[in-house]
Design a binder for this molecule. Structure first.
Ligand code: ATP
Ligand code: ZN
Length: 291
């Protein structure tokens, strides 16, 4: 049992695909801490929070049992462990799919064709549920790693494994067949602490900061000058959720227009704005958006 020191604890992956994004997200929330992979605890200097660095597989149980109050982990692990935790937020990183892959020359065409197949996986529970839902009787071979090698070693006929690009499977003579689960990293909490009057205010504070930095992700703040007669055209171009801010300038023929624009449409919008008569366009990054 870990020592409790009255401080809130958030569990993140110690070393792996989710580590950097988790640490960056917490830093974007204004938390100041030193993160050392060797040490279990990293205390935050400016928040009542300790960061607990552990294996991702242990995170759902730690949060469920209240050893950690919150955690950042892939949905795939939560589902596999069937952990009783509350999902507070999807975080937009760690995206991957749990997929069934089959040998390149396999005659399998539809899910029903998996009948009788030996499917190797480290996700037996999710896979069993999937097979049951699809009413397919197949043999689930529980493996502990290197799943993609199972067909060449004749331990399994097909595999069910996490992929983001599919190159590992391809290198082993396999091709993707069907998606069992889409997953990404989520923020989870122990259900009881959400009702804990002492902890709830700090969890809410952290939640607001997190939402703010997630909301700001991929967005830029645009400022420009525009002739008064272009205002309606510019309003049409700006795809902002809320109406843009329009400020009068010393020159009565001009206004300043401010708006938030998503990164993916940013250049299109800039070109159109210029055509519509906007000048002096300034673009600044956004750190957080508090609604
Ligand atoms: P640990 O030592 O913490 O147990 P691990 O080897 O189990 O690490 P990683 O490979 O670092 O875990 O993956 C962590 C999580 O990252 C996965 O559970 C999944 O949610 C996500 N992920 C994103 N892309 C992929 C991918 N291509 N393959 C595997 N996991 C991925
Ligand atoms: Zn793991």
């Amino acid at each position: 049992m870990l020592a409790t020191n009255g401080r809130m604890k958030i569990a993140i992956q110690r070393s792996g695909r989710l580590t950097d994004d988790s640490v960056n997200l917490l830093r974007a929330c204004g938390l100041s801490f030193e993160f050392q992979k060797q040490s279990l605890y990293s205390p935050c200097r400016n928040f009542n929070l300790d960061i607990l660095a552990i294996r991702d597989d242990d995170i759902p149980e730690y949060v469920q049992d209240g050893v950690a109050d919150m955690g950042i982990v892939g949905e795939n692990i939560i589902r596999e462990r069937n952990a009783k935790v509350e999902v507070l937020e999807t975080l937009g990183f760690g995206g991957c799919r749990l997929m069934i892959s089959i040998p390149q020359r396999s005659p399998i065409r539809k899910i029903a064709d998996l009948r009788g197949s030996r499917i190797g996986t480290t996700y037996p529970n999710i896979l069993k549920t999937f097979l049951k839902t699809n009413k397919v009787k197949a043999e689930v071979i529980e493996l502990s790693g290197s799943v993609e090698l199972a067909p060449s070693l004749d331990v399994a006929d097909t595999i069910c494994d996490l992929v983001s690009t599919g190159t590992t499977a391809k290198m082993n003579g396999l091709k993707p067949f069907c998606t069992v689960l889409e997953s990404q990293a989520v923020l989870i909490a122990n259900p009881a602490i959400l009702r804990d009057k002492k902890k709830k205010p700090d969890i809410d504070r952290l939640s607001i900061r997190l939402k703010g930095s997630l909301e700001a992700r991929g967005k830029r703040y645009l400022m420009m000058n525009a002739p008064v007669q272009s205002i309606s055209r510019i309003k049409e171009i700006l795809p902002s959720l809320k109406s843009p801010t329009i400020v009068p300038l010393a020159d009565p023929n001009l206004v300043a227009v401010h708006s938030v624009v998503a990164e993916d449409v940013f250049w299109d919008v800039m070109e159109k704005l210029k055509k519509a008569g906007a000048t002096g366009i300034i673009v600044v990054p956004i750190e957080t958006i508090i609604q």
